[in-house]
Ligand binder design. Sequence first.
Ligand code: DC
Length: 227
Amino acid sequence: MKRLTIAIDGFSSGGKSTLARTIAARLGYVFVDSGAMYRAVTLYALRHGFVREGALDEAALIAAMDEMGVGFRFDSESGTSRVLLDGEDVSGAIRTIEVSDLVSRVSSIGAVREKLVAAQREMGRGGGVVMDGRDIGTVVFPDADLKIFLTADPLVRARRRYDELRAGGVDVSLAEIERNIRERDLLDQTREISPLRQAPDAIVIDNSDMTPQEQMERVMELVNSKR
Ligand code: DC
């Protein structure tokens, strides 16, 4: 059976990674969370002192891109894909507020995007990959076999993120999260390089009223129609 290249793009906190991971596991494909790669580069910048008094030394970061090792390792014990930075498992470290606050800035740098897009294309060579992000169907794999554009009402996304953070013991208000989500939507869509937009041939799934199971079934129907 043909091993497909599947692109899942959409807004932040829309459930892209969860969906992509489930589909990849179901099909025995490689799962790539491209956002995690932008986060790993951001962590590198923070750790190497490229951010001083809130200002990012863009030139230093660009110069370091060639020696930086960003990748993934599948951990069969937990069944999860771990994010590596220079060989170290940084899966937890890339989810801090500090990284989240800086990652939009880092992902707007053309030279950073060029390097990561090249690495993502390499990971997807030969198919059998599910990659989620913002520009996967438009830039990374414009010829993907299946493109999904995942969307949900901003309020629904804010509520999900709020529940997730509260469950993890983080004290935040729903209004604060909603504001952050709307701000990130705007940044993602208005960024000069590779802004988030729906590929003309992407299939839109609005998951505001869908369970993860329903989303998975809908995507599997589409996958089967392509194979
Ligand atoms: O999906 P996420 O929230 O972990 O993504 C982190 C950041 O990286 C977010 O600001 C958008 C950016 N990103 C990007 O520009 N291109 C991608 N393909 C994936 C993520």
